[in-house]
Ligand binder design. Structure first.
Ligand code: GDP
Ligand code: ZN
Length: 461
């Protein structure tokens, strides 16, 4: 494919950090050569690929030094985009990196759209769509676990599984085809109903397994929507503060990714808690009292997890009971706070309301019980499962929707076989699931979807 040469700043902007201007395309090297003055007048185009060169970026208009740089030269196709790539490492500072970018643009490069580098990697066949999407996830990952999931996907873990399933379906389809077209071919084994059921059943099970990870995958990706509820003065703000203080939200930097989306997440043992902003306050100060049980139930419904706080030093009140009612049927952890004070709360009475909920006792004032609470959150979420690194998760809504449809088609096929439906009808369902799986990795996706997907990226990726 033929593309023009694009350029963008591809590192976080700000003081101190090294800033990179990245170029990709046929002209990347010649444009750089017109600006770069290396030691002893060496030309980048004469240099071997994958080498780094010290020198200066000159402004051709004034012949003045614009910036002291290290330039990485990477010739296609062994690059992220499969094109020639040049990265100009500037000493940082918004002004100097912008000046270098301007010079590069004057020399004929075009400013890249958000995600355009990754889009090229996709269009040039370097990565497939699910891998490209993983780049977005990686940029936005909120915990190490979430990052591992994204990395696994970027390395093609999901793609490989999808390809394997498509291959199974394709072989089955081919086998049926041969049976239909060449019924006289005795040496091709006939595809029996039993064999068909086995093949389709296998694919169905694998898709189901993937879909089972989607709940966790989505939470890792998007965060566990969490609300702290309780009567006034039970310790909600204190709980919020102690969770935020002990768990610095965002994790390590990976080279080459821009963390431009910094939202407030709390990382509790690998589970990203997204503390819900309900009507402007993240802890729902006597929400039940204000808006009533029915409406609070609606508000709480948006949450994946409810932290329900009670006061150990006061008797259970009608308001407490109403909060339990509003939270019924949801994932709740009950926190009995202020255990440093004399007991007034009847724990047996509380236990009758708790059903299967977990209960943790804390004294936030004395910093007691927070570990147990974190343990409870983590085990509620991971429920004894293996580490994220060992699993293929689906976390992306688009993938989940496609996999669900693919599962429906394959189920349809299985039902058809069992009911003795003519084989050419079964073929249609199998083909459909093959196509749907293809869309996950970007086979047969249309232009506008591609544009939509890549527009979610930040600049310089
Ligand atoms: P909220 O109204 O539910 O947000 O409660 P706050 O977190 O604002 O706490 C209300 C008061 O209780 C504050 O004075 C806190 O310092 C105090 N408090 C919070 N947790 C504890 C605790 O475990 N023990 C004691 N003795 N006081 C606490
Ligand atoms: Zn408060």
């Amino acid at each position: 494919m033929e593309f023009d040469t694009i350029a963008a700043i591809s590192t976080p902007m700000g003081e101190g950090a090294i800033a990179i201007v990245r170029l990709s395309g046929d002209e990347a090297i010649s444009i750089s050569d017109r600006l770069f003055r290396g030691v002893g007048g060496k030309k980048l185009s004469d240099m071997p690929s994958h080498t780094i060169h010290y020198g200066h970026i000159m402004d051709p208009a004034t012949d003045q030094v614009a910036e002291e740089v290290m330039v990485s030269l990477m010739k296609g196709p062994k690059t992220f985009t499969k094109e020639d790539v040049v990265e100009i490492n500037c000493h940082g500072g918004l002004v100097s990196v912008n000046r270098v970018l301007q010079l590069v643009l004057v020399q004929g490069a075009r400013l890249a759209e958000p995600g355009e580098f990754t889009k090229r990697a996709f269009l040039n066949g370097r990565i497939d769509l699910s891998q490209a999407e993983a780049v977005i996830d990686l940029i936005r990952a909120k915990t190490d676990r979430a990052m591992n999931v994204a990395l696994g996907q970027m390395e093609g873990r999901l793609s490989r599984l999808i390809r394997k399933l498509r291959q199974e379906i394709l072989e089955t389809l081919a086998h049926i085809e041969v049976n239909i077209d060449y019924p006289e071919y005795d040496d091709v084994e006939e595809m029996t109903h039993q064999m068909l059921l086995e093949k389709a059943g296998y694919v169905q099970k694998e898709i189901e397994k993937l879909l089972q990870t989607s709940q966790q995958g989505k939470i890792l990706r998007e965060g566990l929507a969490t609300v702290i509820v309780g009567r006034p003065n039970v310790g909600k703000s204190s709980l919020l503060n102690s969770l935020v203080q002990e768990n610095k939200a965002i994790v390590t930097d990976i080279p080459g990714t821009t963390r431009d989306v910094i939202e407030e997440y709390v990382n509790v043992r690998g589970v990203p808690l997204r503390l819900l902003d309900t009507a402007g306050i993240r802890e729902t100060e006597d929400i039940v009292e204000k808006i009533g049980v029915e409406r609070s139930r609606q508000v709480l419904k948006e949450a994946d997890l409810i932290l329900l706080v009670l006061n150990y030093s006061e008797e259970l009140m009608e308001e407490d009971r109403n909060i339990f009612k509003a939270a019924e049927g949801m994932d709740v952890i009950v926190i009995v706070n202020k255990t440093d004070l004399p007991q007034k709360l009847d724990l047996d009475e509380v236990k009758q309301l708790i059903h299967s909920y977990k209960m943790v006792t804390t004294s936030l004032k004395e910093d007691k019980g927070v570990d147990e609470l974190e343990e409870a959150i983590a085990s509620l979420f991971f429920s004894g499962e293996v580490e994220a690194g060992d699993m293929t998760y689906v976390s992306n809504s688009r993938h989940i929707a496609l996999l669900t449809q693919a599962k429906n088609s394959i189920e349809e096929a299985v039902r058809g076989v069992e009911a003795g439906t003519p084989i050419d009808i079964v073929q249609i369902d199998l083909t459909r699931s093959w196509e749907l799986l293809g869309e996950v990795i970007g086979d047969s996706v249309n232009e506008s979807l591609i544009d939509q997907l890549f527009s979610q990226f930040c600049l310089g990726k």
